[in-house]
Design a protein around this ligand. Structure first.
Ligand SMILES: Cc1cc2nc3c(=O)[nH]c(=O)nc-3n(C[C@H](O)[C@H](O)[C@H](O)COP(=O)(O)O)c2cc1C
Length: 197
């Protein structure tokens, strides 16, 4: 409860390296998460140094390509603009982790049948559980994190760069926090819990 209470999305990081050992430790918490049929459909690719610069450049170019797409609707334009802001935040983090759903397909693939959708929902939830475990372990270690889904706006270029056909379900920016934001508001518990006796 302490780590849950202290965790915040961190968008300003110190320029201090995070050791590979510490990154491995927090991901080991992610590996301990429950998953549908124990499929453990996650893979964490950790980017530091020059590799981190490179993958963020790929994301940048991918966002520009998305913006240049004539069929992009207004909502998409706003999404890409938001993703550019997230990219700016990512550039300030010493560690970027890309999380693959190793059982997932591209969001641009042809629609799934009903069993495929159920499986994908379960695998998405499993990845979410794993990511949250990682975030909480990071908080416990004094690290700041940002859970990022705006990578979806550059999904195909990032996937090509990673040379994978798996789904890139999220990114996590990690570093020592350089801000201490107040907790964002939460819905009242009476709104989200319903007891039925
Ligand atoms: C699935 C998911 C995707 C998110 N994607 C982004 C993102 O792309 N960019 C960003 O700045 N924050 C992102 N966030 C962070 C949320 O904005 C944040 O968790 C929320 O506002 C609550 O704030 P808190 O994490 O400090 O409690 C994401 C969070 C989740 C769970």
């Amino acid at each position: 409860m302490d780590a849950i209470g202290r965790r915040r999305s961190i968008r300003k990081f110190k320029d201090t390296d995070v050791s590979d050992e510490l990154i491995t430790k927090i991901i080991s918490a992610g590996a301990a998460a429950p998953s549908a049929k124990n499929r453990q459909p996650w893979k964490y690719i950790v980017f530091k140094g020059a590799a981190r610069e490179e993958v963020l450049s790929v994301m940048d170019r991918g966002l520009d390509m998305a913006l240049a797409e004539p069929s992009l609707p207004e909502q998409g334009k706003a999404g890409v603009a938001d993703a550019k802001n997230t990219l700016r935040i990512m550039r300030g983090a010493p560690v970027i982790i890309l999380v693959l759903n190793t059982n997932g397909v591209s969001p641009f693939a042809k629609p799934l049948d009903i069993f495929g959708r159920i499986t994908e929902i379960c695998d998405s939830m499993s990845c979410g559980a794993s990511i949250e475990n990682t975030l909480l372990a990071a908080t416990e270690e004094g690290l700041g994190t940002l859970w990022i889904a705006n990578t979806f706006y550059a999904h195909e270029p990032l996937r090509a760069y990673l040379k994978t056909d798996k789904q890139l379900i999220a990114a996590i920016a990690v570093g020592y926090p350089d801000e201490d934001p107040v907790a964002r508001p939460r819905k009242d518990l009476s709104e989200i819990i319903e007891f039925r006796n």
